[in-house]
Design a protein around this ligand. Structure first.
Ligand code: UT7
Length: 352
Protein backbone atom coordinates (compact mmCIF):
# COMPACT_ATOMS: atom_id res chain seq x y z
CA UNK A 1 0.00 0.00 0.00
CA UNK A 2 1.12 3.53 -0.82
CA UNK A 3 0.18 6.87 0.66
CA UNK A 4 -1.16 9.46 -1.73
CA UNK A 5 0.41 12.90 -1.78
CA UNK A 6 -0.57 16.15 -3.41
CA UNK A 7 2.12 16.45 -6.06
CA UNK A 8 0.70 19.57 -7.71
CA UNK A 9 -1.96 22.16 -6.93
CA UNK A 10 -3.51 25.01 -8.91
CA UNK A 11 -6.46 27.33 -8.96
CA UNK A 12 -8.26 29.66 -11.30
CA UNK A 13 -10.69 32.46 -10.58
CA UNK A 14 -12.38 34.55 -13.28
CA UNK A 15 -11.16 38.11 -13.80
CA UNK A 16 -14.45 39.87 -13.14
CA UNK A 17 -14.63 41.15 -9.55
CA UNK A 18 -18.16 41.70 -8.24
CA UNK A 19 -18.27 43.83 -5.12
CA UNK A 20 -21.03 43.91 -2.51
CA UNK A 21 -21.84 47.41 -3.69
CA UNK A 22 -22.42 46.11 -7.22
CA UNK A 23 -24.84 43.47 -5.89
CA UNK A 24 -26.73 46.18 -4.02
CA UNK A 25 -27.58 47.70 -7.41
CA UNK A 26 -29.59 44.57 -8.31
CA UNK A 27 -31.21 43.76 -4.96
CA UNK A 28 -31.98 45.23 -1.56
CA UNK A 29 -28.73 44.44 0.25
CA UNK A 30 -25.67 46.31 1.46
CA UNK A 31 -21.93 45.96 1.79
CA UNK A 32 -22.36 46.31 5.54
CA UNK A 33 -24.90 43.46 5.84
CA UNK A 34 -22.92 41.06 3.67
CA UNK A 35 -19.59 41.79 5.40
CA UNK A 36 -21.06 41.54 8.88
CA UNK A 37 -23.03 38.30 8.31
CA UNK A 38 -20.62 36.48 6.02
CA UNK A 39 -17.23 38.22 5.91
CA UNK A 40 -17.49 38.42 2.10
CA UNK A 41 -16.20 41.61 0.47
CA UNK A 42 -16.24 40.57 -3.16
CA UNK A 43 -16.50 37.51 -5.38
CA UNK A 44 -15.59 36.59 -8.95
CA UNK A 45 -18.12 35.94 -11.70
CA UNK A 46 -17.18 34.05 -14.83
CA UNK A 47 -17.73 35.38 -18.35
CA UNK A 48 -21.16 34.08 -19.31
CA UNK A 49 -21.23 32.14 -22.61
CA UNK A 50 -17.42 31.97 -22.58
CA UNK A 51 -16.54 30.14 -19.37
CA UNK A 52 -18.13 27.16 -17.64
CA UNK A 53 -17.29 25.07 -14.62
CA UNK A 54 -15.45 22.59 -16.86
CA UNK A 55 -13.37 25.26 -18.66
CA UNK A 56 -12.43 26.87 -15.34
CA UNK A 57 -11.65 23.41 -13.98
CA UNK A 58 -9.34 22.79 -16.94
CA UNK A 59 -7.48 26.05 -16.27
CA UNK A 60 -6.86 25.10 -12.63
CA UNK A 61 -5.98 21.56 -13.71
CA UNK A 62 -3.28 22.70 -16.15
CA UNK A 63 -1.49 24.53 -13.33
CA UNK A 64 -1.73 21.56 -10.95
CA UNK A 65 -0.52 19.19 -13.69
CA UNK A 66 2.48 21.38 -14.52
CA UNK A 67 3.40 21.75 -10.86
CA UNK A 68 3.22 17.98 -10.44
CA UNK A 69 5.86 17.72 -13.17
CA UNK A 70 3.66 15.72 -15.54
CA UNK A 71 1.75 16.42 -18.74
CA UNK A 72 -2.04 16.18 -19.20
CA UNK A 73 -1.41 12.93 -21.10
CA UNK A 74 0.02 11.38 -17.91
CA UNK A 75 -3.26 11.78 -15.99
CA UNK A 76 -4.66 8.28 -15.48
CA UNK A 77 -7.95 9.15 -13.74
CA UNK A 78 -10.14 12.24 -13.45
CA UNK A 79 -12.43 13.20 -10.60
CA UNK A 80 -14.58 16.28 -11.11
CA UNK A 81 -16.69 17.78 -8.31
CA UNK A 82 -19.30 20.46 -8.97
CA UNK A 83 -22.92 21.37 -8.30
CA UNK A 84 -22.98 23.71 -11.30
CA UNK A 85 -22.17 21.34 -14.13
CA UNK A 86 -22.23 22.60 -17.72
CA UNK A 87 -25.00 20.10 -18.54
CA UNK A 88 -27.53 18.17 -16.46
CA UNK A 89 -25.75 15.19 -17.99
CA UNK A 90 -23.11 14.16 -18.86
CA UNK A 91 -21.12 15.50 -15.92
CA UNK A 92 -18.29 17.96 -16.23
CA UNK A 93 -15.51 15.37 -15.96
CA UNK A 94 -15.62 14.36 -19.63
CA UNK A 95 -15.98 17.97 -20.74
CA UNK A 96 -12.90 18.94 -18.79
CA UNK A 97 -11.09 15.92 -20.23
CA UNK A 98 -11.96 17.20 -23.72
CA UNK A 99 -10.91 20.74 -22.79
CA UNK A 100 -7.55 19.38 -21.63
CA UNK A 101 -7.12 17.61 -24.97
CA UNK A 102 -6.69 14.17 -23.45
CA UNK A 103 -9.63 12.28 -24.93
CA UNK A 104 -7.23 9.94 -26.80
CA UNK A 105 -6.12 8.44 -23.50
CA UNK A 106 -9.74 7.46 -22.68
CA UNK A 107 -9.02 7.46 -18.94
CA UNK A 108 -11.94 7.19 -16.54
CA UNK A 109 -13.74 10.38 -15.44
CA UNK A 110 -15.83 10.31 -12.28
CA UNK A 111 -18.29 13.07 -11.40
CA UNK A 112 -18.89 13.92 -7.77
CA UNK A 113 -22.15 15.54 -6.63
CA UNK A 114 -21.48 16.36 -3.02
CA UNK A 115 -21.69 20.12 -3.25
CA UNK A 116 -19.59 21.90 -0.59
CA UNK A 117 -17.94 18.68 0.51
CA UNK A 118 -17.39 17.50 -3.08
CA UNK A 119 -13.64 18.08 -2.94
CA UNK A 120 -13.31 16.12 0.34
CA UNK A 121 -15.33 13.25 -1.11
CA UNK A 122 -13.20 13.37 -4.25
CA UNK A 123 -10.00 13.40 -2.22
CA UNK A 124 -11.11 10.34 -0.31
CA UNK A 125 -11.96 8.46 -3.52
CA UNK A 126 -8.68 9.50 -5.15
CA UNK A 127 -6.78 8.42 -2.04
CA UNK A 128 -8.24 4.90 -2.22
CA UNK A 129 -7.26 4.53 -5.89
CA UNK A 130 -3.72 5.80 -5.33
CA UNK A 131 -3.18 3.80 -2.12
CA UNK A 132 -3.91 0.51 -3.85
CA UNK A 133 -1.57 1.35 -6.73
CA UNK A 134 -4.41 1.40 -9.26
CA UNK A 135 -3.65 4.94 -10.48
CA UNK A 136 -0.48 7.03 -10.37
CA UNK A 137 -1.66 10.49 -11.41
CA UNK A 138 -5.20 11.24 -10.31
CA UNK A 139 -6.49 14.68 -11.31
CA UNK A 140 -9.03 15.95 -8.78
CA UNK A 141 -10.87 19.18 -9.57
CA UNK A 142 -13.54 21.20 -7.78
CA UNK A 143 -15.13 23.88 -9.99
CA UNK A 144 -18.23 26.04 -9.82
CA UNK A 145 -20.06 28.53 -11.97
CA UNK A 146 -22.73 29.74 -9.58
CA UNK A 147 -23.31 33.10 -11.23
CA UNK A 148 -25.27 31.50 -14.07
CA UNK A 149 -27.99 30.12 -11.79
CA UNK A 150 -28.70 32.51 -8.93
CA UNK A 151 -31.67 34.76 -8.27
CA UNK A 152 -30.25 38.28 -8.23
CA UNK A 153 -33.53 39.87 -7.21
CA UNK A 154 -34.21 40.80 -3.57
CA UNK A 155 -36.10 37.52 -3.19
CA UNK A 156 -32.88 35.59 -3.73
CA UNK A 157 -30.57 37.78 -1.65
CA UNK A 158 -30.22 35.31 1.23
CA UNK A 159 -28.47 32.92 -1.17
CA UNK A 160 -27.06 34.90 -4.08
CA UNK A 161 -24.77 37.26 -2.13
CA UNK A 162 -22.81 34.31 -0.78
CA UNK A 163 -21.68 32.47 -3.88
CA UNK A 164 -18.85 33.00 -6.33
CA UNK A 165 -17.21 31.23 -9.28
CA UNK A 166 -13.82 29.52 -9.55
CA UNK A 167 -11.91 26.27 -9.65
CA UNK A 168 -9.18 24.43 -7.79
CA UNK A 169 -7.26 21.30 -8.73
CA UNK A 170 -4.75 18.84 -7.35
CA UNK A 171 -2.79 15.92 -8.75
CA UNK A 172 -2.43 12.98 -6.39
CA UNK A 173 0.50 10.60 -6.74
CA UNK A 174 1.67 7.62 -4.71
CA UNK A 175 4.51 7.84 -2.20
CA UNK A 176 6.16 4.97 -0.37
CA UNK A 177 6.70 7.23 2.66
CA UNK A 178 3.70 6.36 4.80
CA UNK A 179 4.24 9.34 7.12
CA UNK A 180 3.56 11.73 4.22
CA UNK A 181 0.50 12.70 2.18
CA UNK A 182 -3.13 11.92 2.99
CA UNK A 183 -3.20 10.41 6.49
CA UNK A 184 -6.95 9.96 6.71
CA UNK A 185 -10.28 11.09 5.30
CA UNK A 186 -13.66 11.01 7.05
CA UNK A 187 -16.96 11.31 5.20
CA UNK A 188 -20.53 11.67 6.46
CA UNK A 189 -24.02 12.48 5.28
CA UNK A 190 -27.56 12.83 6.61
CA UNK A 191 -30.38 13.34 4.12
CA UNK A 192 -32.97 14.43 6.68
CA UNK A 193 -32.67 18.06 5.57
CA UNK A 194 -31.89 17.46 1.91
CA UNK A 195 -34.26 20.21 0.70
CA UNK A 196 -33.01 22.85 3.16
CA UNK A 197 -30.03 23.62 0.95
CA UNK A 198 -30.96 22.55 -2.52
CA UNK A 199 -31.77 23.38 -6.08
CA UNK A 200 -34.85 21.21 -6.56
CA UNK A 201 -35.65 21.99 -10.20
CA UNK A 202 -35.29 20.83 -12.82
CA UNK A 203 -35.36 17.28 -11.53
CA UNK A 204 -37.09 13.96 -11.93
CA UNK A 205 -38.95 14.18 -8.59
CA UNK A 206 -42.31 14.96 -10.19
CA UNK A 207 -43.41 16.53 -6.91
CA UNK A 208 -42.85 13.29 -4.97
CA UNK A 209 -41.16 14.83 -1.95
CA UNK A 210 -42.87 18.20 -1.73
CA UNK A 211 -46.24 17.86 -3.48
CA UNK A 212 -47.28 17.93 -7.13
CA UNK A 213 -49.18 21.21 -6.82
CA UNK A 214 -46.21 23.21 -5.64
CA UNK A 215 -44.44 22.64 -8.94
CA UNK A 216 -47.45 22.84 -11.27
CA UNK A 217 -47.48 19.27 -12.57
CA UNK A 218 -50.38 18.52 -14.92
CA UNK A 219 -53.05 16.04 -13.77
CA UNK A 220 -52.33 13.56 -16.55
CA UNK A 221 -48.63 13.71 -17.31
CA UNK A 222 -48.66 10.62 -19.58
CA UNK A 223 -46.00 10.97 -22.27
CA UNK A 224 -45.71 14.66 -21.55
CA UNK A 225 -42.39 16.14 -20.62
CA UNK A 226 -42.66 17.44 -17.06
CA UNK A 227 -39.02 17.86 -16.21
CA UNK A 228 -39.59 21.60 -16.13
CA UNK A 229 -43.06 23.10 -15.69
CA UNK A 230 -44.15 26.64 -16.51
CA UNK A 231 -45.01 27.18 -12.83
CA UNK A 232 -41.41 26.45 -11.83
CA UNK A 233 -40.29 29.28 -14.09
CA UNK A 234 -43.13 31.67 -13.22
CA UNK A 235 -42.73 31.15 -9.46
CA UNK A 236 -38.91 31.34 -9.46
CA UNK A 237 -38.63 27.72 -8.31
CA UNK A 238 -35.59 27.18 -10.50
CA UNK A 239 -33.08 28.72 -8.11
CA UNK A 240 -31.19 27.30 -5.13
CA UNK A 241 -32.87 27.74 -1.77
CA UNK A 242 -31.30 27.61 1.65
CA UNK A 243 -32.52 27.70 5.23
CA UNK A 244 -29.42 29.61 6.24
CA UNK A 245 -29.74 29.42 10.01
CA UNK A 246 -30.30 25.63 10.05
CA UNK A 247 -27.27 25.15 7.81
CA UNK A 248 -25.21 27.47 9.99
CA UNK A 249 -26.21 25.77 13.25
CA UNK A 250 -25.56 22.28 11.90
CA UNK A 251 -22.26 23.29 10.29
CA UNK A 252 -20.75 24.66 13.50
CA UNK A 253 -21.42 21.31 15.20
CA UNK A 254 -20.35 19.02 12.35
CA UNK A 255 -17.12 20.84 11.41
CA UNK A 256 -15.41 20.37 14.81
CA UNK A 257 -16.88 16.87 15.16
CA UNK A 258 -15.49 15.55 11.88
CA UNK A 259 -12.12 17.28 12.40
CA UNK A 260 -11.83 15.69 15.84
CA UNK A 261 -12.76 12.30 14.37
CA UNK A 262 -9.88 12.58 11.89
CA UNK A 263 -7.43 13.73 14.55
CA UNK A 264 -8.45 10.93 16.95
CA UNK A 265 -8.01 8.27 14.29
CA UNK A 266 -4.41 9.42 13.78
CA UNK A 267 -3.64 9.87 17.47
CA UNK A 268 -3.33 13.64 16.98
CA UNK A 269 -4.79 16.72 18.68
CA UNK A 270 -6.04 20.03 17.33
CA UNK A 271 -2.85 21.70 18.64
CA UNK A 272 -0.93 19.52 16.13
CA UNK A 273 -2.67 21.20 13.18
CA UNK A 274 -0.35 23.60 11.38
CA UNK A 275 -3.02 24.81 8.99
CA UNK A 276 -6.77 24.29 8.93
CA UNK A 277 -8.30 25.04 5.54
CA UNK A 278 -12.06 24.97 6.06
CA UNK A 279 -14.64 25.15 3.31
CA UNK A 280 -15.27 28.85 2.81
CA UNK A 281 -18.99 28.98 3.59
CA UNK A 282 -19.15 31.91 5.97
CA UNK A 283 -16.32 33.61 7.86
CA UNK A 284 -18.36 33.37 11.05
CA UNK A 285 -18.58 29.58 10.71
CA UNK A 286 -14.80 29.35 10.23
CA UNK A 287 -14.21 31.61 13.24
CA UNK A 288 -16.56 29.53 15.36
CA UNK A 289 -14.74 26.32 14.38
CA UNK A 290 -11.37 27.96 15.05
CA UNK A 291 -12.49 28.93 18.54
CA UNK A 292 -13.99 25.54 19.27
CA UNK A 293 -10.70 23.84 18.32
CA UNK A 294 -8.60 26.40 20.17
CA UNK A 295 -6.63 27.38 17.07
CA UNK A 296 -4.79 30.67 16.61
CA UNK A 297 -5.31 32.98 13.61
CA UNK A 298 -2.17 31.69 11.90
CA UNK A 299 -3.47 28.10 12.11
CA UNK A 300 -6.53 28.82 9.94
CA UNK A 301 -6.63 29.99 6.32
CA UNK A 302 -9.60 31.99 5.02
CA UNK A 303 -10.07 33.75 1.70
CA UNK A 304 -13.87 33.99 1.57
CA UNK A 305 -13.42 37.77 1.76
CA UNK A 306 -12.18 37.75 -1.87
CA UNK A 307 -14.10 34.90 -3.47
CA UNK A 308 -17.29 34.21 -1.51
CA UNK A 309 -18.40 30.61 -1.25
CA UNK A 310 -17.21 28.66 -4.28
CA UNK A 311 -18.64 25.35 -3.01
CA UNK A 312 -16.64 22.38 -4.40
CA UNK A 313 -13.86 24.76 -5.44
CA UNK A 314 -13.46 26.54 -2.12
CA UNK A 315 -11.16 24.08 -0.34
CA UNK A 316 -8.70 23.60 -3.24
CA UNK A 317 -8.64 27.34 -4.04
CA UNK A 318 -7.91 28.18 -0.38
CA UNK A 319 -5.38 25.34 -0.04
CA UNK A 320 -3.62 26.52 -3.18
CA UNK A 321 -3.43 30.13 -1.98
CA UNK A 322 -2.23 28.99 1.45
CA UNK A 323 0.53 26.97 -0.21
CA UNK A 324 1.44 29.71 -2.70
CA UNK A 325 1.79 32.25 0.12
CA UNK A 326 4.13 29.94 2.06
CA UNK A 327 1.59 29.28 4.81
CA UNK A 328 1.63 25.56 4.06
CA UNK A 329 5.13 24.10 4.06
CA UNK A 330 6.72 20.70 3.75
CA UNK A 331 6.11 18.60 6.85
CA UNK A 332 3.09 20.66 7.98
CA UNK A 333 -0.04 18.93 9.22
CA UNK A 334 -2.86 20.30 7.08
CA UNK A 335 -6.48 19.74 7.95
CA UNK A 336 -9.25 20.16 5.38
CA UNK A 337 -12.93 20.15 6.32
CA UNK A 338 -16.23 20.91 4.65
CA UNK A 339 -19.96 20.89 5.31
CA UNK A 340 -22.87 21.60 3.02
CA UNK A 341 -25.89 20.56 1.01
CA UNK A 342 -27.15 17.03 1.57
CA UNK A 343 -26.24 17.49 4.32
CA UNK A 344 -22.83 16.03 3.57
CA UNK A 345 -19.58 16.75 5.35
CA UNK A 346 -16.04 15.47 5.68
CA UNK A 347 -12.46 16.08 6.74
CA UNK A 348 -8.95 15.11 5.74
CA UNK A 349 -5.54 15.23 7.36
CA UNK A 350 -2.53 15.65 5.10
CA UNK A 351 1.13 15.64 6.05
CA UNK A 352 2.45 18.07 3.42
O1 UT7 B 1 -21.63 26.29 1.66
C1 UT7 B 1 -22.96 25.94 1.78
C2 UT7 B 1 -23.37 26.01 3.14
N1 UT7 B 1 -24.01 27.27 3.40
C3 UT7 B 1 -23.77 27.86 4.54
O2 UT7 B 1 -22.94 27.42 5.29
C4 UT7 B 1 -24.58 29.07 4.87
C5 UT7 B 1 -24.87 29.08 6.35
N2 UT7 B 1 -25.73 30.21 6.72
C6 UT7 B 1 -25.30 31.47 6.66
O3 UT7 B 1 -24.18 31.74 6.29
C7 UT7 B 1 -26.23 32.54 7.16
O4 UT7 B 1 -27.41 31.96 7.68
C8 UT7 B 1 -26.64 33.56 6.04
C9 UT7 B 1 -25.43 34.42 5.70
C10 UT7 B 1 -27.11 32.85 4.81
C11 UT7 B 1 -27.73 34.48 6.50
O5 UT7 B 1 -27.33 35.16 7.68
P1 UT7 B 1 -28.25 35.17 8.96
O6 UT7 B 1 -27.53 35.95 9.96
O7 UT7 B 1 -28.60 33.74 9.31
O8 UT7 B 1 -29.51 35.95 8.47
P2 UT7 B 1 -31.04 35.49 8.38
O9 UT7 B 1 -31.23 34.53 7.27
O10 UT7 B 1 -31.51 35.13 9.74
O11 UT7 B 1 -31.73 36.85 7.97
C12 UT7 B 1 -31.71 37.98 8.84
C13 UT7 B 1 -32.34 39.15 8.13
C14 UT7 B 1 -33.69 38.83 7.50
O12 UT7 B 1 -34.50 39.99 7.62
P3 UT7 B 1 -35.61 40.09 8.80
O13 UT7 B 1 -36.53 38.93 8.55
O14 UT7 B 1 -34.84 39.98 10.07
O15 UT7 B 1 -36.21 41.42 8.56
C15 UT7 B 1 -33.37 38.63 6.06
O16 UT7 B 1 -34.44 38.92 5.20
O17 UT7 B 1 -31.50 39.58 7.05
C16 UT7 B 1 -32.26 39.62 5.84
N3 UT7 B 1 -31.37 39.30 4.74
C17 UT7 B 1 -30.65 40.22 4.10
N4 UT7 B 1 -30.54 41.53 4.25
C18 UT7 B 1 -29.70 42.18 3.44
C19 UT7 B 1 -31.11 38.07 4.22
N5 UT7 B 1 -30.21 38.20 3.23
C20 UT7 B 1 -29.92 39.51 3.15
C21 UT7 B 1 -29.04 40.24 2.32
N6 UT7 B 1 -28.97 41.58 2.51
N7 UT7 B 1 -28.28 39.67 1.38
Amino acid sequence: MFNSKIAGIGHYVPERVVTNDELSQYMDTSDEWIKERTGIEERRFAEKHEETSSTMGAKAARIAIERAGITPQDVDFIIFATLSADYYFPGGGVLMQRELGITDQEVGALDIRNQCSGFLYGLSVADQFVKTGMYKNVLLVGAEMHSMGLDFSTKGRGVSVIFGDGAGAVVLQPTEDNTQGVLTTKLHSNGTHAEELAMINPGSHGGYHLGKEKFGYPEDPTFKSIFVTQKMIDDDLIYPNMTGQLVFKTAVVKFPEVIKEALDSCGLQSSDIDMLVPHQANLRIAQFVQKRLGLSDDQVFNNIQKYGNTTAASVPIALCEAWESGKVKEGDLVCLAAFGSGFTWGSALIRW
